[in-house]
Design a protein around this ligand. Structure first.
Ligand code: ZN
Length: 138
């Protein structure tokens, strides 16, 4: 398995507008995209720092994963995402190595990425995402 780079670091926040103000007005970054991922009951705001993105996550519905996370652990780093060429083959490789997966195969994420999560039980408490840019119609 080859991890190419850290694609993004995701931070769970209670109030997306407030968090965006911090990143824009204090940190001087520019939010370039706000996107809702209904399937995940989450609204996301993206910032670029060099090659790495910061993704702020606000829950949009009850019972969503980000809401549960904040209830349990408060605001904070929610997950780290590694870019790979092929999420499904990476998942197979991880599974063969006894790593517990949350997603057995890739699914649609934000920003035209296919993603899958690895169980934090297998990654020292850090929810880890694999992501691959969707191939655009070959
Ligand atoms: Zn992510």
């Amino acid at each position: 398995m080859l991890i190419k780079k850290i694609e993004h670091i995701a931070i769970a926040v209670r109030n997306l507008d407030e968090a965006i103000k911090l990143y824009e007005n204090i940190f001087g970054l520019k939010c370039y995209l706000i996107e809702e991922v209904n399937e995940q009951k989450v609204k996301t705001a993206f910032f670029k720092i060099g090659e790495v993105k910061i993704e702020l996550l606000e829950s949009t519905g009850t019972g969503g994963p980000v809401e549960k996370f904040i209830e349990k652990r408060g605001e904070g780093i929610h997950h780290i995402a590694f870019a790979v060429d092929d999420v499904n083959s990476s998942l197979k490789e991880l599974e063969a190595n006894g790593i517990q997966l949350i997603d057995k195969s890739k699914r649609a994420g934000a920003e035209e990425f296919d993603i899958a999560f690895i169980n934090p039980k297998s990654t020292h408490g850090v929810l880890t995402e694999l992501c691959e840019k969707k191939s655009t119609g070959k």
